[in-house]
Write a new protein. Sequence first.
Length: 87
Amino acid sequence: MVATGGMTKEKTKAYCRKCRHEQLFVMRKMHHGLHFFFSLVTLGLWLVSWLALYVGLRLNPWSCQQCGDVNPIFPDKPDAPPRGEGQ
Ligand SMILES: [Zn+2]
């Protein structure tokens, strides 16, 4: 994915497998400050959950506004993962 601009809440339209319809997908955000706080409170134990959540969010950053599904099908790039060519 190409990062353009610094929008705080990004949205995109994509096909949702659960809704079986085109839906609006929102980019999921992480509250790193909150996770940092939890990590302090749990003496670092929370770092594991933090990392797991972060990886999951990086893998599936989009979430359906209707059903919360995180596996949208984008019209410009079908099921196959994009090849990192060029840039
Ligand atoms: Zn959906």
